[in-house]
Design a protein. Sequence first.
Length: 151
Amino acid sequence: MPKGIFSKIIYLFYVLFIVEISLEIFLRFFSAVPVRLKGNNIVLPKNQKYNLPNEKFTKISKNAVHTKNSFGFRGEEWDLNTKSTKMLFVGGSTTECFYIDDKKHWPYLLSQKLGHSFLVNNAGLNGHSTVGHISLLNGYSSQLKPDYAFF
């Protein structure tokens, strides 16, 4: 390989490395995505309502509503003293169903099939691994005291 091409390739890798580091630093301070981690703890957006317009995909709602309760989960508020069976579904993006309407994501549909004697919350978090899910349970299960947690 000629010396000029080799030096250009090295220079290209050097520039890409600098750009990557610069983007990492920039996104640490100016992220458009809410940060869900603070140290080793997961911090969830609480009492939030997202309106998600959709014009591209025909299989999902045109205007989906995604709501987070006071714990930061999807689903109805939990009365911690209730006699109802409390179920918590933990998982990734296919559990969270972020772009699916509140009345159409699968944990909600399951809660409708089970009836009023069950309280169901959706603790899905897109982009998290099993370690994140365990951290989530450790942080919230002491408050929620679910009867069942499903992964």
